[in-house]
Design a protein around this ligand. Structure first.
Ligand code: BJ8
Length: 424
């Protein structure tokens, strides 16, 4: 990190020793997994820089914005509309954590057989190592799976302004009504927190900013559908992960610049890989920074990840919000419509997700699908059984992988994924 941020971290209440230990692991992992890749696009330099300053410069920007009266809103789920946060003059940051921390202590609060993502969220709070969490004026949790729902009861005792958004489980009229009320209640909460009224104009602006961000990311996703692969799956995943932290305007600009370069690389047949690789679609639980384990193993083999059916991927990106009205209620309704379409496995039934995976496999010319689930995540690991059968019916080989954030199963995963890649 280029500057000394110790005072800032101290003021945020971080445990400096624990935080330094986390940064060391993060930096080493980044070096080994990311910087060791060959023939990366030059424009990845921006994203490398963001990662090198992920707890430094970006946090300083947030702290400076807070001094000017802006509010930072942290969230754990893609059901929390960034458009509303921007429309209220706030800054949205993703809080999903992708690394184990303070595991022993975590297990004093929630059982061992809880998914790594939930354990990590609690571990980051207990260990005082996440500056995004400590910087947030409001932390939003959403009632999705039981693990998250119950863990929020625990987290709400540790975090001052913790807000829970209720979510339906079925996409029918009753579910839609509840969702609609919850989005409106959240809009009121944001107005109260920021002191800013959410108007039609501010909503239009918020929708435009987020749509442009998603459009740039979609541009990147489209380029990954080409036969010549201009970028690795690891790099594409990283960009999707960074989209949850970075300033949205600067990020959009940087993704578009990268896409300009990738288009040139495709034209000149400059692939990120010297030889043809098996094309893999990754589908399932979201992979938050620095959860790069399965993509790293996969791409160390004769394979490349061409797309992610995940909240840190297409599930979180698709369906722009219609920005076709000057009326506040219409725009809020458009936000509701868009977010209600998210096909998270917590919904039942969830046919949309199956259709989307099949559609993605075709679009990305996938040779096989990894159905990725975190241990103890019932929604995704249960859906994986029927999805595997459905994919096979469609002549698409699939493998179910269940893992966590530890490194203990690296060898076993490597063997299974290698056999899968050879088989396809
Ligand atoms: S919209 S996927 S971000 S809930 S892995 S905590 S489901 S037990 S993360 Fe998610 Fe929102 Fe859905 Fe996306 Fe529970 Fe499973 Fe853990 Fe999970």
């Amino acid at each position: 990190m280029s500057t000394d941020y110790n005072n800032m971290w101290k003021e945020l209440g971080l445990d400096l020793d624990a935080h330094n230990a986390l940064l060391e692991v993060l930096n080493q992992g980044y070096k080994d997994i990311y910087l060791s890749q060959e023939n990366r696009p030059k424009s990845m330099e921006y994203f490398d820089f963001v990662m090198s300053e992920v707890h430094g410069l970006r946090i300083k920007e947030l702290v400076d914005a807070k001094k000017e009266g802006k509010k930072v809103i942290g969230s754990y789920c893609v059901f929390v509309p960034e458009e509303l946060i921007i429309a209220a003059g706030g800054i949205s940051v993703g809080l999903c954590a992708g690394a184990d921390f303070a595991l022993e202590e975590v297990e004093n609060y929630i059982p061992r057989n809880t998914c790594s993502l939930v354990k990590s969220a609690i571990g980051f709070k207990l260990g005082k190592v996440c500056p995004y969490l400590e910087c947030a004026d409001l932390v939003v949790g959403e009632n999705t799976c039981d693990g998250k729902k119950k863990a929020y009861e625990t987290l709400s005792e540790m975090i001052d302004d913790f807000y829970v958004m209720d979510l339906p489980q079925i996409k029918n009229n009753t579910g839609k009504e509840l969702f609609s009320k919850e989005i409106k209640r959240f809009a009121e909460k944001l107005e109260e927190l920021t002191g800013n009224e959410i108007t039609a104009d501010s909503l239009k602006k918020g929708i435009e900013i987020v749509n442009n961000k998603r459009k740039a990311l979609y541009r990147l996703e489209n380029l990954r559908q080409e036969k010549i692969l201009p970028i690795s799956g690891l790099d594409a995943l990283l960009i999707n992960q960074i989209s949850f932290y970075d300033d949205p305007l600067r990020f959009t600009d940087s993704v578009n610049k990268l896409c300009d370069e990738l288009e040139e690389r495709i034209k000149s047949e400059n692939s990120a890989y010297p030889s043809k690789r098996k094309r893999i679609l990754m589908s399932g639980c979201p992979m938050a920074v620095p959860n790069w384990k399965v993509p790293f193993i996969t791409e160390s083999l004769d394979a490349v990840i061409v797309g992610e059916e995940s909240c840190i991927g297409e599930r979180g990106l698709r369906n722009p919000v219609e920005n076709n009205s000057d009326n506040r209620s219409d725009l809020i309704e458009n936000i509701i419509q868009r977010y209600f379409k998210i096909d998270c496995a917590v919904f039942t039934p969830n046919k949309e997700r199956k259709d989307h995976i099949l559609e993605m496999a075709k679009k990305y010319k996938a040779d096989g699908v990894i159905l990725y689930g975190l241990n103890f995540c019932q929604p995704y690991t249960i859906e994986a059984f029927s999805l595997e059968k459905e994919l096979e019916k469609n002549n698409l080989p699939a493998i179910k992988i269940e893992t966590d954030y530890s490194q203990e199963d690296m060898g076993q995963l490597q063997t299974r994924i290698e056999a899968f890649v050879e088989m396809i």
